[in-house]
Design a protein around this ligand. Structure first.
Ligand SMILES: [Zn+2]
Ligand SMILES: [Zn+2]
Length: 196
């Protein structure tokens, strides 16, 4: 069983503490675009709450991606506090409720309102909510460091470590070749739409 699946029978007895490192392969829905991260840490506790259950805790991890400016490897740690409410039912039920104006205490417009997930059977799966946090936390830009000087578009020199060679080499021959080759090495740098 996945580390993020929790039996509701267990929660009925006492609050369940979660402290798990989940591989992203366990979280990523089939067909979803990947995220540049290997595993995610989920920490917190699951308790009974009104007609369902509530998880309060923290999701954290580190993205690994090529720097958008110089293509060196860049790391981007993240940590998000989360509050999830789980109600019994299916995703379809949840949407209908939302259209009808939502439950009394859960206003979709309220930023402090917890995200609502559903469970069915006797297991609560934290994976879909965790995945959502992972996707939402992906930075718009990956930089090896904030002041990264990047690559010269003319000669491809890494301006963090070397100076531009454009003035000393024949521009026609070197132009674009470097960047073209780099683009082929990193095809997933192209911005793609996030999976809905
Ligand atoms: Zn860089
Ligand atoms: Zn140059």
């Amino acid at each position: 069983m996945s580390t993020l699946k929790i039996s509701v029978a267990l929660v009925a007895e006492h609050d369940v503490t979660v402290d798990a490192e989940a591989p992203v392969s366990e979280l990523q829905p089939e067909g979803a675009a990947g995220a540049p991260i290997e595993s995610v840490h989920v920490r917190g506790s699951l308790a009974e709450f009104e007609d369902g259950y509530m998880f309060r805790g923290e999701v954290s991890g580190t993205y690994h991606h090529a720097c958008d400016r110089c293509l060196a490897s860049a790391e981007h740690p993240f940590s998000r506090e989360v509050l999830w409410v789980f109600v019994e039912g299916s995703a379809a039920n949840l949407e209908t409720q939302g259209e009808a104006g939502g439950e009394e205490e859960i206003e979709p417009e309220d930023e402090d309102a917890p995200a609502v997930g559903v469970y069915s059977g006797n297991v609560i799966d934290l994976a879909p909510q965790t995945w959502e946090e992972v996707v939402l936390a992906i930075p718009f830009k990956f930089l090896c460091r904030p002041e990264c000087a990047g690559l010269c578009p003319g000669c491809g020199a890494n301006l963090n470590f070397e100076s531009c060679r454009c003035a000393v080499t024949e521009p026609v021959e070197t132009k674009n070749n470097g960047l073209q080759a780099l683009a082929e090495l990193f095809p997933d740098l192209k911005p793609g739409p996030l999976e809905e």
